[in-house]
Design a protein around this ligand. Sequence first.
Ligand code: C2O
Ligand code: CU
Ligand code: CU
Length: 438
Amino acid sequence: ARPVAPGRYEVTQRTAKVEIIPGTTTEIWGYDATFPGPTFELRRGDPTTIRVRNELPEPTSTHLHGGVNPPGSDGYPTDLVVPRGHSAHPHGGHPSHPGMRLNPVAKDYHYPLDQRAATLWYHDHRMDFTAPQVWRGLAGLALVRDEEEDALPLPRGERELPLLICDRAFEEDGSFRYPRAHDPHYMAGVEGDVILVNGAPWPVAEVSATRHRLRLLNASNARRYRLRLAPGGRFTQIGSDAGLLAAPVAHEVIPISPGERYDVVVDFSAYPVGSAVTLTDELAGDVMRFVVTRRAADDSAVPAVLSRPPERTRAVAMRAFDFRRTGDAGNAAWTINGRPYRPGAPLARPRLGTAEMWRLTSDFHHPVHLHLAHFQVLARGGRPPSATDAGWKDTVDVRPYEVVDVLARFDGHRGRYMIHCHNLEHEDMAMMADFDVV
Ligand code: C2O
Ligand code: CU
Ligand code: CU
């Protein structure tokens, strides 16, 4: 996306018909009528305003996931952009919520960008409808760059590939298939059987036999991946959700839950020219393929020291958040500490400028996400974190009956924040809570 003026973008949410499955058309809801939406190139120290105009049939709210922004620009679930002609008053199917804010036609989201280089993404966050609205296409990437990262010899230009990975299901005519709320598949979260990368099924990318930087984002509603390279190979992780690691970490498998990002380097010079290297998931199968087309000079490198991320500070408080299902078949709900989401009823009040230890427990797979703040994983299942938990993050997969301790820093802005499950159906089914940073 190109700025309309320095530090200013405008993007319009519209429906469009696109070809995803060859020979069929799919109606999407897209930022600038594309799925995924445009990739924003942002810079630390260049505050940016994005005006989102809504020309869709329904209200929206846009959240910049991983951003450290004032809460008024966070894309709070009841801070809605209401399209022209849409009844401003709640009516059938449009419940009212306390503190609901209706912005007619457009809203300016202000991003100070006083934060480290990182792979961020944006997506819809409308109360009760996030999952179906993201499924229709309301998501895209936003890359923040800074001088610390510019100074590194990492692969760049066409050797830097942002990969937004998500699954979708399709009807025979090409339209997206999304189950109704009481479908048995809904409770666990909705998965599709076609894996898309940047909106295309199983794409092929031609690469030279050089290092490439892959910015992996799992933008799926509920599907978790365990990514590998076939016929074998390693990912060198250089960054996590919230920016560069202190030092690279090698992995054979990248487990990535909804909302998480892994910034990795793959060295394609390890494969013969002419070969195909598949990015594959242990369960879903192939995700995409790289074809190594030619040798080429490579002056990139992955330095042993990548960055100096902010240090951990001592926790001044400890709080517990239990992600679980309550009730039984007829009235089951996904809750945090036994409470379904109520806007404006904060569960905690951490102080700005402090860090707290939050203990996350779970009865199922719940990718837990914090808005506007970053954390480090301190322990998983009473043991040190996994190698793939490294760095500052905003989303962590909490597995069934697991205890994950994180150290969260609150050094952005005062006001309303959220914690929620990033399985988007769970989020819509109220596994979400507010907390206030005071
Ligand atoms: Cu990516 Cu509150 O979400
Ligand atoms: Cu978020
Ligand atoms: Cu969940």
